[in-house]
Design a protein around this ligand. Structure first.
Ligand code: OSB
Ligand code: MG
Length: 367
């Protein structure tokens, strides 16, 4: 594949409601969209970096900097064998997986279109619809929380993830379990605890949670292993897993029993697939996480989630859970706890380029 031109854009997109996690929150997303063009084909991707570094060290601005000053000038004008190979000229760039993933994932969209197949088919997907859940931000009161959760259960989501932090955990989750005895719940702490909180985390065992996601530090493997030894709830890692080598370390130390794979966080779809395979070989499940993406990032996620070992519901909710109007059509919808995997070539959705151009706050073009 030959990359003749790259266009990076930033668009503002306002979430329907503020999304609060233990380490921060957001409502006005600043999203980077990338298009690669070459050989008469186009590929689209979304960079998952957030405006601030409260989830990862990358931000919208660091991704813009690394993409425009180092990555894109080296990628454009070159011939590559595969989407991963697009990044070989910048093998020396350390970290910045979200910036790198944007290039790699646009490359996958292009490669699938070149073959006339859907991204799901190109990746080796085996499902035409995937089980999906929803992630619920921290709410000030249990009343607000119960009301929102009741709505999502009525929408049919296959599981509900509740954001937690010290003080908004045991009682809050016990109340939910009591009110909704049959719902599949899990918790996500975004690193709000330390190993000293082990008793608090052990107290969650009777609540029958599907898992607890990233209870401890974002860069910690050892303490997650020590915690998993002492609690029954399966530990899932999110922030900690940025590469296949992180996955190897987590498996060796038994830091987790589940991994939340976000292709943007791990540098792209090729690494996502490697992590998927490593976990499958270890007899452990994975699921596809989300970063409050527009329909472009969501299309990549749903294609990835069609791979065989994505057996747990993903954080891949309907477009209308996030946006008044998505930038793709048809919008993504959920029925019976599942989302359909697009079948048209590439990411398989129509992109509202007119609106994207109209709302872009900055544009950089290469080639
Ligand atoms: O920890 O999974 C997370 C959103 C932003 C940053 C981190 C996380 C999340 C979510 C939302 O949980 C998932 C989604 O619906 O996109
Ligand atoms: Mg998480």
């Amino acid at each position: 594949m030959k990359i003749e031109r790259a266009t990076l854009r930033e668009i503002p997109l306002r979430l329907k409601e503020f999304f609060q996690i233990s380490s921060g929150g957001s409502q006005d997303r600043r999203i980077l969209l990338l298009t690669l063009e070459g050989d008469g084909l186009v590929g689209w991707s979304e960079c998952v970096a957030s405006a601030d570094p409260s989830y990862a060290y990358e931000t919208t601005d660091t991704a813009w900097h690394v993409l425009t000053d180092f990555i894109l000038p080296n990628v454009v004008g070159r011939e590559a064998d595969s989407p991963e190979d697009l990044l070989s000229p910048v093998w020396w760039v350390r970290g910045h997986g979200m910036a790198k993933a944007a290039v790699e994932m646009a490359g996958w969209d292009m490669a699938a279109r070149a073959d006339g197949v859907s991204l799901s088919q190109k990746l080796g997907g085996v499902r035409d619809r995937v089980p999906v859940g929803v992630s619920v931000g921290i709410k000030e009161t249990d009343e607000q929380l119960h009301e929102q959760v009741a709505g999502f259960i009525a929408d049919g989501y296959a599981r509900v993830k509740i954001k937690v932090k010290p003080g908004r955990d045991i009682d809050m989750l016990s109340g939910l379990r009591e009110r909704f005895p049959d719902t599949v719940f899990m918790a996500d702490a975004n690193s709000a605890y330390t190993l000293a909180d082990v008793d608090r985390l052990k107290a969650l065992d009777p609540l029958d949670l599907l898992m607890i996601e990233q209870p401890l530090r974002y860069d910690d493997f050892l303490h997650h292993a020590r915690l998993q030894e002492q609690i029954e709830t399966p530990v899932c890692l999110d922030e900690s897993i940025k590469t296949e080598w992180d996955t190897e370390l987590a498996l060796e130390l038994r830091s987790c029993r589940i991994i939340n794979i976000k292709p943007g966080r791990v540098g792209g779809l090729a690494t996502s697939r490697k992590i998927h395979d490593m976990m499958q070989d270890a007899g452990l499940a994975v699921w596809c996480g989300g970063m409050l993406e527009s329909g472009i990032g969501r299309a990549h996620n749903v294609a990835l989630a069609s791979l065989p070992n994505f057996t747990l519901p993903g954080d891949i909710s309907a477009s209308s859970r996030y946006w008044h109007q998505d930038i793709v059509s048809p919008e993504f919808t959920v029925s019976d706890g599942h989302m359909a995997v697009p079948t048209d070539p590439g990411i398989g959705v129509e992109i509202d380029t007119e609106r994207i151009e109209a709302i872009s706050t900055r544009v950089a073009t290469f080639g």
